[in-house]
Structure formats: structure tokens, C-alpha cells
Design a protein. Structure first.
Length: 135
């Protein structure tokens, strides 16, 4: 994908942000949009690693230890993202395609960030559907 996100990428990011807000995963102090569009907004939030670690904690049903809650440097962002990816790689059920790109995520690569979050959203939606079908 090129550096400029496509309309389809922005639309997918908008759906993901809507889901994150509805599920109360989106940081409450974070605006949902910016001039660059939803894909860039989502990538910026994902690049800090805090949201990603929170989602991984939900996926794995256990807290990730050592998360820098307010990363100020590129190294802190990369640390958070690496913690999340390491935990996801240990989960045999999570799709592995984008779990080896910590630097791309930490530098807010739009395609990588949007598609990894879409994988997480799909994983959690499927798990919820399986859980409700067994009730």
C-alpha cells in the first residue's frame, strides 16, 4: 500500500475506531478524527502501543506487565508495541501475519496498524460469537 491511505483503508479504519469506541477500548482523552483521516488517526494511536497492549490483555485475558502508559519517545513506543506483539505471538489462535513488524507499528505505518487492529477486532468478535453460541 502507498504512503497515502486509500479510501478503503480509511473506511476500514473508521469501522475499527467505531468498534473500539463502542467496546470502550478507545482512549477516552483521544480525539476520534484528525485532518489526515481515520486511518492516520488510528495508526497514530496504535503506534504508542498502549491501546495495542490493552487489546492484547483482553485477547489473552491477562495484563501485560511493563507497559509505558504515556510513551514520550520512539524507544518507549517500540517497547510497548514489542510487548504486545510478543504476547500475541504466544497465542496460537491469533493470525500471525503482522506480528513481526514492531518498528512499522511504532512508526505508525498506516497499513500495518489498520490491518493488525482489524485482525484483533475479528478475533474478539469471533470469540464472542463462539461464547454466545455455547450458552
Amino acid at each position: 500500500e502507498s504512503k497515502t491511505p486509500t479510501a478503503a483503508t480509511h473506511a476500514l479504519a473508521e469501522r475499527i475506531i467505531g468498534w473500539l469506541v463502542a467496546e470502550k477500548y478507545w482512549p477516552h482523552d483521544e480525539p476520534r478524527s484528525c485532518d489526515e483521516g481515520p486511518a492516520c488517526r488510528l495508526a497514530d494511536v496504535v503506534s504508542r502501543g498502549v491501546l495495542l497492549c490493552r487489546l492484547v490483555s483482553v485477547i489473552d485475558r491477562s495484563e501485560i506487565i511493563g507497559v509505558e502508559r504515556a510513551p514520550k519517545t520512539a524507544a518507549q513506543r517500540l517497547h510497548n508495541v514489542s510487548l504486545a506483539l510478543r504476547a500475541l505471538r504466544a497465542n496460537a489462535r491469533f493470525p500471525p501475519a503482522r506480528l513481526w513488524s514492531p518498528r512499522a507499528l511504532a512508526r505508525a505505518d498506516v497499513a500495518t496498524c489498520v490491518h493488525l487492529l482489524n485482525d484483533a477486532r475479528a478475533f474478539l468478535i469471533k470469540r464472542r460469537a463462539r461464547a454466545t453460541s455455547h450458552m
